[in-house]
Design a protein around this ligand. Structure first.
Ligand code: AMP
Length: 616
């Protein structure tokens, strides 16, 4: 990949390669800066065969870091700096990362261990071009590891997919016939660094002479801001999840793009219909991390009224629909999706048994390997793949792949929990996680304690929104827990409210067969007990309560630990504006998600608004 980018830099050294906010780097500057990073890594003893954690926020530094690691011959491991410290530390240990590349503004949030700050002065810097040139020549070959990408693991810990350079190049270049990249392209990137489609966002344009605009965090979170960015920078290509596309359309975006890529979750016919008039070509793209970025693509047409297929295999990709015995499903019949071809990765780092379970020799092609996706599908009359669900319990929560088993294992660590089941429930356009807990005999569940335990260990998108106590599980005829018969969660999930949120009802918990109760709120006093809060904080606690149907325990309560989501934060921006007459940014609210920090932001904004008012 670094050779392809370096070759492009030789062809168009002065063209803008990457931009974020007011920072821009030409192709030559990008290669030089990344080469300098590679040189600094080498001086720290990092090179071929090593793994480097990359914990950088949305900025041009992110591209420099990823390219720098590749130029040094090492493999990168994206580590999200917003993850709890325990999870970051686990990932570093598990990945065997020798060092973390980060930036000064994140050093406090990023992990412990050996750290290299991209933005710190480098006394030993060598002439840039030399370093870049030399590294590009000696770096890793196609069978060597390019990156490790973590995904949720059903046994309680995240698992790392090992991706080599061959797969990376295949994964990126297989998208070329879909996008048909042009040197004039301006590709806006909204993908998170811990999600592999970012590599298409960055490397497909950089290998073909286009430029990448990295959207800032506030632009990723807010449809209006994103729309302004797209229109302002002359964007031609955007790759996003269905949720992000809906956010953009809901915010009234009326611009035009040459190519729109939608992937990661099912694309509904209604969203496809709303989007198509705004874009030259709309593609529904599908693929798991284990087969490197995307594996199939479907060009959406107005024939896709009832369902939008995920389409046909990309170049150097095979898709097989097989039954339990690995026999091909009959034409038109449902089967499990197995994927083969050049994107099939070598498996999970340090997990040979799981690798053997999910990856197998292709019975129909000597020497080929297949990955078992867990997706169920059939082929339509045109031969296009249509997905119909999952063979397991894996879900997608706001674009993130989540194994409920990982959350269940962490919840079961509480001494009062005998057994936990986590299930995703539809909540308007969103999916929320509900935790069902069966207490140990003679124990009472303490929801505040369990929420805090989960928040210290799991990323925000994996924190359950609601907790329900269950005395005994509903069972299917063959004795398994019947997840579909689990009782309805509390009202907020059953009846979503609009952005301004009417006051939350304290709805009774309904339970069909088994008895359901909200978990004991020991340690979570009702709202009016939070007497020590000042007026602003108390009013904000009310806003939180309306959004979450759950009152904060105290001023240091974390919004995400209470089950709040990034979408709830967007709703909070609106509620705060209605309640206090000031507009805060979602990014500010997410960066410090405690009640006291939010109250401080509101007070500061109120003071500023007062000062700006004309004096009598
Ligand atoms: P990830 O490894 O995070 O890319 O997640 C891969 C999973 O996301 C797939 O196995 C599918 O279940 C789901 N997925 C990805 N793209 C699509 C799509 N276009 N339509 C439906 N499901 C999708």
């Amino acid at each position: 990949m670094h050779h392809l980018v370096a070759a492009q830099a030789d062809r168009t050294p002065g063209r803008i390669a990457v931009r974020c906010g007011t920072t821009a780097l030409t192709y030559r500057e990008l290669l030089d800066t990344a080469g300098t990073v590679a040189g600094r890594l080498e001086r720290r003893g990092i090179g071929f065969g090593h793994r480097v954690a990359v914990s950088v926020d949305r900025s041009t530094d992110l591209v420099v870091a990823l390219l720098g690691v590749l130029l040094a011959g090492a493999a990168f491991v994206p580590v999200d700096p917003t993850y709890p410290a325990e999870r970051q530390a686990y990932m570093l240990r598990d990945a065997g990362a020798r060092l973390t590349l980060t930036v000064g503004r994140l050093a406090g949030r990023a992990t412990t261990g050996d750290v290299l700050l991209l933005d710190a002065p480098d006394p030993g810097a060598k002439p840039n071009a030399d370093v870049a040139g030399r590294n590009a020549a000696d770096a890793a070959g196609s069978g060597d590891l390019a990156y490790l990408m973590y995904t949720s693991g059903s046994t309680g810990r995240p698992k790392a997919v090992m991706v080599d350079h061959h797969c990376l190049v295949k994964g990126v270049l297989a998208m070329a016939p879909v996008v048909a990249p042009e040197p004039e392209d301006v590709w806006v990137s909204v993908t998170s660094a811990s999600f592999d489609p970012i590599l298409v966002d960055l490397f497909l344009p950089l290998a073909s002479g286009g430029s990448v605009v990295i959207a800032e965090e506030r632009q990723v979170l807010d449809g209006r801001e994103l729309g302004r960015l797209l229109d302002g920078c002359g964007a031609t290509v955007l790759q996003a999840t269905p949720l992000a596309w809906s956010m953009l359309l809901d915010a009234g975006w009326r611009g035009r793009l040459r190519v729109a890529l939608c992937g990661g979750e099912p694309l509904s016919p209604s969203l496809a219909a709303a989007l198509r008039p705004r874009v030259g070509r709309l593609w529904n793209i599908y693929g798991p991390t284990e087969t490197t970025i995307w594996s199939t693509a479907h060009l959406v047409t107005n024939a896709d009224q009832a369902v939008v297929p995920v389409g046909f295999p990309l170049p150097d990709t095979t898709v097989r629909l097989l039954d339990e015995q690995l026999r091909p499903a009959a034409p038109g019949e449902r089967g499990e999706v197995w994927i083969g071809g050049g994107g099939v990765t070598s498996g999970y780092a340090g997990l040979p048994e799981l690798t053997a379970e999910r990856f197998t020799a292709d019975p129909f092609e000597p020497g080929g390997r297949l990955y078992r996706t867990g997706d169920l599908g059939h082929l339509d009359a045109t031969g296009a793949l249509v997905l119909v669900g999952r063979a397991d319990h894996q879900v997608k929560i706001r674009g993130h792949r989540v194994e409920p088993g990982e959350i269940e294992s962490r919840l079961a660590e509480d001494s009062a929990v005998a057994e936990a089941v986590v299930s995703a429930r539809q909540d308007g356009d969103d999916q929320r996680l509900v935790a069902y807990l069966r207490p140990r005999r003679g124990h009472v569940l303490d929801e505040a304690r369990i929420r805090a335990h989960a928040a210290d260990r799991l990323p925000r998108h994996m924190l359950p929104a609601a907790y329900v106590t269950v005395d005994c599980w509903p069972r299917t005829p063959n004795g398994k827990i019947d997840r579909r018969a689990l009782p309805e969660p509390p009202a907020r999930l059953a009846s979503p409210r609009d952005a301004d949120g009417e006051p939350a009802e304290t709805a009774p918990l309904t339970g069909g067969g088994p008895r359901a109760d909200a978990v004991s709120r020991a340690g979570a006093p009702p709202l009016d007990d939070v007497g020590s809060l000042d007026e602003v904080a108390a009013a904000l606690a009310g806003v939180w309560g309306d959004l979450l149907a759950l009152a904060p325990t105290d001023a240091e309560t974390d919004f995400f630990a209470l089950g709040g989501t990034s979408l709830d934060v967007m709703r909070m921006v609106k509620s705060i504006s209605t309640r206090f007459g000031v507009r805060l940014s979602a990014v500010q609210l997410m960066r410090e998600p405690t009640l006291s920090a939010h109250a401080e932001l509101v007070r500061t904004a109120l003071t500023a608004a007062d000062a700006a008012r004309p004096q009598p």
